[in-house]
Design a protein around this ligand. Structure first.
Ligand code: SF4
Length: 447
């Protein structure tokens, strides 16, 4: 039974020093009980108390790491049911399936697709995360050869077989890369749990329904395996959504430990129709998968899934922003136009994209307004002449250009007069309201 905030409070040092980042021990205890703080944040808790409280302070959904190095992915450790309550932290990994029953050409094509299916959007690289390697042959040698080939992508692996001997053979070549083993079921769980424990790998637990799943999880954790991922056996969109929601609610609201793990979803097994498979993957991104296995990630389905995932897993309380500074687009010189805007990522990338499309080299001056868009920053009193004037003087643009003309976004045309008062050496020109009009504006620009 999880401890309450008050139970935890009684065991804390009660110094109310605030060094944990929370003003009082009581507030810290409440956050610990809700899984929103880490015990390590308090430097005064004794080792004995740490052990005692570890259960209470553990996140309601365990954090599981798959893979090693730069491409390792972390899943789980979510604290809310709905993104608007706080944020979702660890985005689900998208895995592309290869099977040892496929031809060499098909396998090579999929592995190339995984490596090449990537896009850049608002400064972030969007890409696949894992290779799911499945044994349909049940042949250890054949599966191991495919695993070796998949390792060449350097992406973390999901090894899919119910045969513990086939799994064991594959682990001889890839255990050090910490693959996700899929799956332990009611027939093989002792052997699979031993393999996971010996090789320090996370393990999928699969059962036909949620009751059987939670019973199996308890048996496997009793064997000492802690890093688990859940497969409830559901495959259709409706049933997967129902189970994923139940698991998330049980973990967060009831603190039901046997379901306090991330989830794996298999749209690849649910639908032959690629459009329905993509819809199932999209639903799993939203609620609440940690790993999603799909047959393919060609650009037409990869891009919408990546963008959906990026949107869902962006913290709604923190605008995406870029650093303040001067950004050259193309190879601008002392006569090139100077554009001014805010450090809201979407604004910057929209403006820079249009400038690139215009083929007119420019300097874009980006002012830090805590990531707000132009109009919001103006309304909040941040993107106003009294702040812009000092920014233009300190940012260094006067060393880059010989002219003194700056273009401001059309949405803040009303500040142009006051800004000229702040910058008496500069001509302030009102640029377009819409980014799409930037190319034609720049083509007619003169200093
Ligand atoms: S750091 Fe520890 S002692 Fe200080 S307020 Fe936080 S919980 Fe209390």
């Amino acid at each position: 039974m999880a401890l309450t905030g008050l139970d935890i409070y009684k065991k804390l040092p009660q110094k109310n020093c605030g060094e944990c980042g929370i003003p009082t021990c009581l507030a810290f205890a409440m956050k610990l009980a809700a899984g929103q703080a880490q015990l390590e944040a308090c430097p005064y808790v004794s080792e004995e108390t740490k052990t005692e409280l570890s259960e209470a302070s553990a996140p309601p959904i365990r954090l599981v790491t798959i893979g090693t190095g730069d491409k390792a992915i972390k899943i789980g450790e979510e604290a809310v049911l709905f993104r608007h309550e706080k944020t979702f932290y660890n985005q689900p990994g998208l895995a592309v399936l290869v099977d040892d029953g496929m031809s060499d050409a098909e396998i090579d094509g999929k592995l190339a697709q995984i490596k090449n299916s990537q896009f850049e959007r608002v400064g972030q690289l969007l890409r696949a995360d894992l290779v799911a390697v499945k044994s349909s042959s049940n042949d250890a040698g054949r599966f191991t050869e495919l695993v070796k080939k998949a390792m060449g992508t350097e992406f973390p692996l999901v090894l899919i077989t119910d045969n513990s001997e086939v799994m064991k053979a594959a682990l001889l070549v890839c255990a050090q890369s910490k693959p996700l083993l899929c799956a332990a079921n009611e027939n093989n769980f002792e052997q699979m749990a031993n393999l996971a424990k010996e090789n320090n790998c996370p393990l999928v637990v699969a059962a036909k329904d949620l009751n059987a799943l939670s019973e199996l999880v308890e048996k496997i954790t009793a064997q000492g395996v802690k890093d688990l991922v859940l497969d409830s056996g559901s495959r259709s969109i409706k049933d997967s959504l129902k189970d994923a929601t139940f698991i998330r609610r049980a973990a967060l609201k009831k603190k039901f430990k046997p379901l306090g793990y991330p989830i794996i979803a298999f749209p690849c097994e649910a639908y032959d129709d690629p459009y329905m498979e993509a819809v199932a993957a999209a639903v799993s991104i939203m609620k609440y998968a940690g790993v999603i296995v799909v047959k393919d990630l060609e650009p037409w389905r990869a891009l919408p899934l990546y963008v959906l995932r990026q949107n869902i897993y962006t913290d709604p309380q923190k605008p995406m922003q870029i650093d303040e500074g001067i950004y050259p687009i193309g190879e601008p010189d002392e006569n090139s136009p100077v554009l001014l805007t805010t450090n809201f990522s979407l604004t910057y990338f929209t403006v820079s994209g249009e400038v690139e499309a215009s083929k007119v080299p420019c300097w874009i001056c980006i002012m830090d307004v805590e990531g707000l868009s132009v109009l919001t920053a103006w309304a909040a009193g941040k993107f106003i002449p009294e702040n812009i004037g000092p920014f233009m003087k300190r940012c260094g643009i006067t060393d880059k250009v010989s002219h003194r003309k700056v273009s401001i976004p059309g949405y803040v045309a009303q500040i142009s007069g006051e800004l000229e008062d702040e910058l008496p050496d500069w001509v302030v020109e009102v640029g377009p309201r819409e980014a799409g009009d930037i190319p034609s504006y720049l083509k007619n620009w003169s200093n």
